[in-house]
Design a protein around this ligand. Structure first.
Ligand code: PMP
Length: 300
């Protein structure tokens, strides 16, 4: 049996070593493409419909007309995943992504979007210690792209704004996660993750208009609401972060991960994760029918 993953490219499912896109593809040339990524829990894909809804909204924002509709994209995704699950080691899981670029450069109206669906193993080992020790977050001097320039709500291939922040922060501390503020100095999001603060039992997160509205952010809001917490989506700044009791980030891969410090200042909670973060992590694990924290910690 092959041990190589497969990917879908423009109508074909191929071993990854044979799957390719043109050097003239605008996704490669200009980052002119859209993607979305969900993950599996024990091989089960999570909230695919919601990820596809966001994906098709990103495509619409980018004015890319995908020749493959949502229902077909769902089938392709499930098919690619099914084939790749056969070679997934026990205890691991996949990121599962759809990608559509504007196509190979050419005349407007003639370009045909390039379509890719692929799986990639989650970086469980790399991130395991974050679940034991918490993540150190450092605010970057790079501000998150303002909605007036390019909407951070669309998930596009162009991640340079976030990558610049990551490079800056990781040159100071290779394990730290970049925190991006918006152009007004409000907390925005981490590199690839949404941020939440907990202060006196109330949970706060930046407003959706200025961030990529994470599916895990939404799941966390739902779980917290069901647990009876008050959730406020509002402008927050560094003062709010420094004075909060707990901080955590959410993303498809992180689910919910505790933050231990901001700019070197320890969060107030003595334990990692703090009580509220732990309660939400447990609710998340229950929802996905898998102890995702244990999955990470097992890799230590
Ligand atoms: N913000 C950014 C910039 C991201 O790239 C991601 C990861 N997709 C998130 C937030 C979290 O989104 P989700 O929970 O849907 O993974």
């Amino acid at each position: 049996m092959s041990t190589e993953r497969v990917a879908y490219v423009n109508g074909e499912i191929l071993p990854e070593s044979q799957a390719s896109v043109s050097i003239n593809d605008r996704g490669f040339l200009y980052g002119d493409a859209v993607f979305d990524t969900t993950r599996t829990f024990n091989g089960e894909i999570f909230r695919l419909e919601q990820h596809l809804d966001r994906f098709y909204e990103s495509l619409r924002y980018m004015r890319i007309d995908s020749p493959v509709g949502k229902a077909e994209m769902k089938n392709i995704t499930l098919n690619v995943l099914k084939k790749n699950l056969e070679i997934l080691p026990d205890g691991d899981d996949y990121w599962v992504s759809q990608r559509v670029s504007r196509g190979v450069r050419g005349l407007p109206g003639i370009m045909k979007p390039t379509i890719v669906v692929e799986c990639f193993p989650l970086p469980l080992e790399e991130r395991a210690e974050y679940y034991r020790d918490g993540i150190k977050m450092i605010a970057s001097s790079i501000r998150r792209t303002a909605p007036e320039s390019l909407s951070p709500r669309a998930k596009m291939h162009n991640y340079i704004n976030l990558i610049q922040a990551e490079l800056e922060i990781q040159s100071q501390d290779s394990k730290a996660l970049a925190l991006l503020l918006d152009v007004n100095g409000n907390l925005c999001e981490g590199h690839g993750a949404n941020i939440f603060l907990v202060k006196q039992g109330v949970i706060y997160t930046p407003r959706e208009q200025f961030v990529l509205a994470g599916i895990s952010r939404q799941v966390t809001i739902e779980l917290a609401t069901n647990l009876g917490y008050e959730i406020k989506e509002t402008d927050l700044d560094i003062f709010d972060a420094y004075t909060s009791d707990e901080i955590f980030v959410t993303s498809t891969s992180f689910c919910i991960c505790p933050v231990s410090s901001i700019n070197g200042l320890q969060v107030k909670s003595q334990n990692i994760p703090g009580d509220v973060t732990l309660e939400l992590q447990s609710a998340y694990s229950k929802l996905v029918k898998m102890d995702f924290v244990k999955q990470y910690l097992d890799k230590l």
